[in-house]
Design a protein around this ligand. Structure first.
Ligand SMILES: [Ca+2]
Ligand SMILES: [Ca+2]
Length: 524
């Protein structure tokens, strides 16, 4: 059967699909765009500092030990006070994993562990009242194997067989961990790149594409402010070798996915595309700048600006790049407190770098209170270490996360490093984050300004200018563990101190404390 003929066959079958849909109680019908308006400022995301939040681990409202929508809603005042203007939620759809959520079984239902759809709508409304946008993770590449769609496909139901990739024999493809990616079911083999429980969708099938488009509209109609698209580099693969097809991935995003987001006002689409971040940002509104995070972290760790840090910035359109120091995946390096082995000076220098450079910064929940790893040697999953319940208080049983027993052990240092304690210490990493996020919100040159390196530095200090219209900033970050005197012709002009510099030394230069920083504003 040719592919064309195959598709025609499906279209005919779809005419009678309503009964079949009901048979497994999954809504795969058409969702019309309601084009709902946005109450957020135009292009809110372009100036925002985001927080990446794992709902399961953030705040439990009902004592079952699992974080939920109502718990997160109760912490929106905290996020607003921190200066956060955008939230990225790890998957919130009904999943089979009951963990990270990337094995979705229903793209139009909320995860029951997290509450009801009404709870989620209230979270959106309360976030919007505080000027905070909410984007949700969306996985185009695969569903959970317990999705009724895959169960029907595996049974050989002709309506759904072609929703996934099937072969009569086992192809010898492997993924980056060298695990086989073709898995046996009912005498045939299906493709699941990440895990046998996460079968890849066949995105060449127009019915699958329509299902995603309509599911996206389902959430956009509800009022979500956009999506973080997962694993965009893995959507299409070469049929013989399994190599990722970059051209097809990008064409699919620009022709089938982004137009749905554009049916709505003021929504934000950010893509995860390791290795091709800069190309991806031209298609999505933004893409995570993997690679640059290592230069920022390396500069702080090795007490010397990494040679490629400036090159990274100049090579990209930073208005379309999202910057991180860490995230929920262990491949980015782990919790910051662990990476810096508790060295708070280096930790602060890395955070200063993230929050003063161009790009859209994303903070991973808990890094602002120096959360460490959760230690459990019996659990081999490296990612679980990074996803402990949020450290709100020093309570040794629940860290203020839940009134019950948390679903997962706490971070190892929650009794020392937690919001309750760090918020009382003006020199803490928490106040460092808060001060810089507030400055970034206040100064257009800091969130939207151009970037020009000042090349007189010796590598210990990173010195650069940011400018937006008539507002000009000179920013210096000292990576060294000794104080540094910075002299430059710019200091002959009128600059005023915003934070951290000794103003009486401006004429001769500025002395920057170990791991400290200075932000100077040109006098108007
Ligand atoms: Ca709960
Ligand atoms: Ca794929």
């Amino acid at each position: 059967m040719t592919i064309k003929c195959f598709r025609l066959f499906f279209l005919v079958l779809m005419l009678g699909s309503a009964a079949k849909i009901k048979a497994f109680e999954l809504d795969i019908g058409v969702v019309a765009s309601e084009g709902s308006a946005s109450s957020l400022p135009a292009k809110w995301y372009s100036t925002a500092t985001f927080m990446e939040i794992y709902v399961r681990a953030y705040k439990d409202s009902n004592g079952d030990g699992i974080g939920d929508f109502n718990g997160l809603t109760s912490k929106l005042d905290y996020l607003q006070d921190l200066g956060i203007k955008g939230i990225w939620l790890l998957p919130i759809m009904k999943s089979q994993d009951r963990d990270h959520g990337y094995a979705a079984v229903d793209y139009r239902k909320v995860e029951p562990d997290y509450g009801t759809e009404e709870d989620f709508k209230r979270l959106l409304a309360e976030a919007h009242k505080r000027g905070i946008g909410v984007i949700i993770d969306y996985t185009l590449n695969h569903s959970g194997a317990e999705s009724p769609l895959f169960i029907e496909s595996a049974k050989g139901n002709p309506t759904y067989r072609d929703w996934y990739h099937w072969s009569d024999y086992k192809l010898r493809w492997t993924n980056w961990t060298r695990d086989p990616t073709w898995h046996e079911s009912n005498g045939a083999f299906y493709y699941g790149l990440f895990w046998d429980q996460m079968p890849d969708f066949n995105l060449d099938n127009p019915e699958v594409v329509a299902y995603h488009q309509n599911s996206m509209r389902y959430w956009l109609n509800m009022g979500v402010d956009g999506f973080r698209f997962d694993a965009v580099n893995t959507l299409f693969e070469h049929p013989e070798t399994g190599a990722f097809d970059k051209r097809k991935n990008f064409a699919f995003m620009s022709e089938a996915i982004l137009p749905v987001v554009r049916e709505y006002e003021n929504r934000f689409a950010i893509c995860e595309v390791p290795f091709h971040s800069k190309d991806a940002s031209a298609i999505c509104d933004s893409a995570f700048y993997f690679g640059m995070h290592a230069r920022m972290m390396g500069s702080a760790k090795f007490k010397h600006k990494r040679p490629k840090l400036v090159k990274d910035i100049l090579d990209a359109n930073m208005d379309e790049m999202a910057t991180i120091l860490s995230n929920h995946d262990s491949f980015t390096g782990g919790r910051l407190n662990e990476q810096f082995a508790g060295n708070i000076g280096k930790y602060k220098a890395a955070v200063t770098t993230l929050l003063t450079l161009p790009g859209t910064p994303f903070v991973y929940y808990g890094d602002e209170v120096a959360m460490g790893h959760r230690i459990d040697k019996s659990d081999p999953d490296a990612d679980h270490r990074l996803r402990a319940p949020m450290s709100w208080t020093a309570d040794p049983i629940n860290a203020g996360f839940s009134s019950g027993i948390p679903f997962r052990e706490l971070a190892r240092n929650s009794q020392v490093d937690n919001l309750d304690r760090l918020s009382k210490d003006p020199n803490s990493i928490y106040h460092h984050y808060r001060d810089l996020i507030h400055l970034r919100n206040k100064l257009p040159a800091m969130h939207s300004g151009s970037f020009s390196p000042l090349s007189i530095d010796n590598g210990k200090v990173f010195l650069f200018e940011r400018q937006y219209k008539k507002q000009r900033l000179v920013i210096a970050i000292n990576y060294a563990d000794s104080s540094q005197l910075v002299k430059h012709v710019v200091f002959g002009q009128c600059l005023k101190n915003l934070k951290g510099a000794h103003v009486n030394q401006l004429m001769s230069g500025i002395r920057i404390p170990p791991h400290g920083y200075s932000i100077l504003l040109e006098c108007s």
